[in-house]
Every structure is written in structure tokens, then in C-alpha cells.
Design a binder for this molecule. Structure first.
Ligand code: AP5
Length: 211
């Protein structure tokens, strides 16, 4: 199954993707995670995108499309994938259509109030990228990742000014994709407001997935 996860920043796309890969057995491909890993490695890509991510702006289409095209060409993505955070612009969606045909686009609906609550309390593992929340998904040990023991930190783009910029960019450049995919008959809406377990159930029901 080839899926796109669409939705505002902090809607829970990454959180659901980690759970959904266990259900549908395809890789989770997050452009945000790829950029953050490049920044941590201080690679050429990482150095060129760090300021853009920190400010809550978008990396240019050409760089992002080339990166996803290369990733989707790998063996593990041939049977399917969850694309989390890509496409984010109409040109990215048009480019994707040229090299892969998606089955469904899951649109995660969440109010701005809940977006702010989720991003404001998010804690991310520096080592493996796992997400926690100070209220809704606490780690067993304060400041330590349950999965790998890495240090939890506050993402630079989870500061107030960067969140405001990300929401603005989402409305201007990414939200038009909702209509774009609706017109193609690919859009499935999922209410992202309930708990992660309930969102997973909504997701499975929407796609008619058993188990
Ligand atoms: P990216 O990492 O994709 O950021 P995003 O889309 O803003 O998404 P987030 O990771 O912030 O949120 P999420 O929806 O995954 O929520 P999460 O599960 O963490 O991109 C970062 C940057 O990279 C971009 O700003 C841009 O610069 C660049 N970039 C990436 N892709 C690009 C592209 N295609 N083109 C150009 N540039 C690109 O959940 C959030 C919090 O809520 C967590 O704390 C979690 O524990 C909690 N939570 C989740 N679900 C629930 C729930 N159901 N109930 C309660 N709490 C919940």
C-alpha cells in the first residue's frame, strides 16, 4: 500500500506512522526525519537545510523531490510506503505523480488549538527521533527515550515563532493539496483529535484494514 500522510504540523502524522508500519508492513519515510538526521550528521545536506528547518520554512522543491525520488527507488519501498511530510507543495505532488502512483492520501484533521498543545509539549529523541509528549505520551524516565535510551530535546522548530511560521506555510503551500487529492478521488479524512490508539483505529477503519 502506498500512502501519503498529510496534515498540519503536530497533527500526529509521525506518531501514527510508527504504529501503522506494524499494521501494514511498509517503510515509514519522513522527509522531516531525513533532514533532521542530515543535520545531526552535519552532512552537506544537513548544513544547507538547518537554518530553513529552524525557521519553520520549506526546503526547496528540487532538493526535496530528488531526495524522495532516490528513497522510493530503494528495494524496501517497492511494495509500498508511508510518505510522511511529502508532498508539501503542488509542484512536489506533480513530481511525485511522475515517479510513483499513490493508493490513498490520509488527511489528518486537527484544530490549531490542539496543534499548539501538541507541539508545545513535544519531546524528541536526539538519537532515534522517537516522539514523546509531556502530557499525552510521557517517557517512563524523565528526559530519556523509552526506545533507545537517547536524550530527549525540544526541536528548534517547536519554538513559538517557528510554530507560527510552520502553520502559515502549511496554510499557504500545503493545505491546497487537500483539494488537489480530493479531486483525484484519493483523499481519506481521519480525525486526529482522539488518543493515538483511537486515531490508529480510525485509520484502519477508513482504509478497511483488519487486525
Ligand atoms: P516534519 O518533521 O515533517 O514536520 P511537520 O509536518 O511540521 O510535522 P511534525 O513532525 O511537527 O508533526 P507530526 O504531525 O509528525 O506530529 P507528531 O507525531 O510528532 O518537517 C520538519 C521540517 O522539515 C519542515 O518544517 C521543513 O522545513 C522540512 N521539510 C520536511 N518535509 C518537507 C517537504 N516535503 N518540503 C519541504 N520541506 C520539508 O506529534 C506531535 C506531538 O503530539 C508529539 O509530542 C506526540 O507525542 C503528540 N501526539 C501525537 N498524536 C497524539 C494524539 N493522538 N494525542 C495526543 N498527543 C499526540
Amino acid at each position: 500500500m502506498k500512502l501519503i500522510f498529510l496534515g498540519p504540523p503536530g497533527a500526529g502524522k509521525g506518531t501514527l506512522a510508527v504504529r501503522a508500519v506494524n499494521v501494514i508492513g511498509v517503510p515509514h519515510i519522513s522527509t522531516g526525519n531525513i533532514f533532521r538526521a542530515a543535520i545531526a550528521e552535519q552532512s552537506e545536506l544537513g548544513r544547507s537545510v538547518k537554518a530553513i528547518l529552524d525557521a519553520g520554512k520549506l526546503v526547496d522543491d528540487e532538493t526535496t523531490i530528488a531526495l524522495v525520488r532516490e528513497r522510493l527507488a530503494r528495494d524496501d519501498a517497492q511494495k509500498g510506503y508511508i510518505l510522511d511530510g511529502f508532498p508539501r507543495t503542488i509542484p512536489q505532488a506533480e513530481a511525485l505523480a511522475g515517479f510513483s502512483a499513490v493508493d490513498k492520501v490520509i488527511n489528518f484533521d486537527l484544530s490549531d488549538t490542539l496543534v499548539l498543545e501538541r507541539l508545545g509539549g513535544r519531546r524528541t529523541c536526539r538519537k532515534c527521533g522517537a516522539n514523546f509528549h509531556i502530557l499525552f505520551g510521557k517517557p517512563k524516565q524523565n528526559g530519556i527515550c523509552d526506545s533507545c535510551g537517547g536524550e530527549l530535546y525540544i526541536r528548534d522548530d517547536d519554538r513559538e515563532e517557528a510554530i507560527a511560521k510552520r502553520l502559515e506555510v502549511y496554510r499557504e503551500q500545503t493545505a491546497p493539496l487537500i483539494d488537489y487529492y480530493r479531486k483525484k478521488g484519493l483523499l481519506v479524512n481521519v480525525d486526529a483529535g482522539p488518543s493515538p490508539d483511537a486515531v490508529l483505529e480510525n485509520f484502519k477503519t477508513s482504509l478497511d484494514i483488519a487486525g
